[in-house]
Design a protein around this ligand. Structure first.
Ligand SMILES: Nc1nc2[nH]cnc2c(=O)[nH]1
Length: 341
């Protein structure tokens, strides 16, 4: 592989001049620049990022400590981050730790050793042990993307207003004349599980309805859990007329369970999801859902992190995104439509 010395020799200049041409760090005469680039192209020389990093003390690399890329929700956020990183000339280093603490610790240490310029964190669950090691690594500029309203002085955060989104979903069902409403939330340990459920419960209580425990069946954001939870809800003597699923993928499982029991969504039971994953428009029926601004979440988080890196900001910032209702075909009017308050 050609080295910078080979390029300098072929171009008849010093290695310092080659370096200045590549990095545009000092004026070099037009003709000399051209000779150097011709030598670079002839030798297929590729400048060493390692050597550059040692010189300028940045690696132009962003680390992402995440959960998985398997679920569409994560995939859409990570895609947005990766695109933005590319636009800004950064390489994204992806570390899926699957809520495994040993893996999270190992990856954090690798990111630190690789001298990433900044760290994005999307670990889904934040037990004390994880928070402690994140704080231990807070010499790296950091943004935590899914930690809700939690405030920490060592990192930037993004508030996704999960409570407001759950409230919005339940309010919509109430306004469409449903009062017997079930829920399949994601894990309580996750802000998107607990926050969305809390908003749902509050909306029912505000409408004078006591949520029925037997209609709130725990899911885990996977389609199988939505399927099993819906089977459990439908096996009861009295059934709800509508169900709020705390994630679209669980809604997909729930629709499948209803269909297999000979029920039609929305005519026999209405279903509303959350996330507005790309494919939810192609569910059968097209899913009414709460839009989580995933692209905005990824982009805003990265921009906040770059601000920390480039402008050396060291005070914590918090940005917000806001969920929105997307009406499609999986909810119809319930039996109380004429008695709405
Ligand atoms: N799969 C998955 N989807 C989500 N949507 C919102 N939160 C989550 C999560 O933790 N996992």
């Amino acid at each position: 592989m050609a080295t910078i010395k080979d390029v300098a020799k072929l171009a008849g200049v010093s290695t310092t001049t080659v370096s200045h041409v590549i990095n545009k760090t000092r004026f070099v005469a037009e003709q000399t620049q051209q000779t150097v680039w011709e030598a670079i192209n002839t030798l297929h020389y590729s400048p060493s990022a390692v050597a550059r990093s040692l010189k300028v003390n940045t690696t132009k690399t962003i680390g992402l400590l995440s959960t998985s890329v398997e679920a569409p929700y994560w995939a859409e956020i990570i895609e947005a981050i990766e695109k933005k990183c590319f636009q800004h000339g950064y390489t994204l280093l992806l570390a899926n730790a699957h809520t495994d603490f040993d893996k999270q610790r190992a990856y954090l240490s690798m990111m630190a050793q690789k001298r990433v310029d900044g760290l994005m964190v999307m670990c889904a669950e934040y037990p004390e042990s994880l928070l402690r090691i994140l704080e231990e690594h807070s010499q790296m500029p950091m943004v935590v993307m899914d930690w809700g309203s939690s405030q920490a002085s060592f990192t930037d955060t993004v508030e996704d207003n999960a409570f407001a989104g759950g409230h919005l979903a339940a309010r919509y069902l109430l306004e469409r004349g449903h009062r017997d409403i079930g829920c399949i939330p994601g894990q309580k340990e996750r802000h998107t599980g607990e926050g969305r459920l809390a908003g749902f419960i509050k909306a029912l209580q505000d409408a004078g309805i006591t949520p029925r425990d037997e209609w709130i069946v725990q899911g885990d954001f996977e389609s199988e859990s939505g399927y099993n939870a819906m089977q459990k809800i439908l096996s009861q003597k009295q059934r709800p007329t509508a169900v709020f699923c705390g994630g679209d993928v669980m809604a997909m499982g729930a629709i499948c369970a209803a269909n297999e029991q000979g029920l039609s969504v929305p005519h026999d039971i209405s279903i509303i999801g959350y996330d507005n994953i790309r494919n939810s428009r192609y569910f059968s029926p097209a899913l009414t859902t709460i839009h989580q601004p995933k692209v905005e979440l990824g982009e805003k988080a990265l921009e906040m992190l770059l601000d920390r890196i480039v402008n050396k900001r060291d005070t914590a910032q918090r940005l917000e995104i806001h969920p929105q209702l997307v009406e499609r075909r999986s909810v119809i009017d319930g039996p109380y439509i004429d008695y709405r308050r």
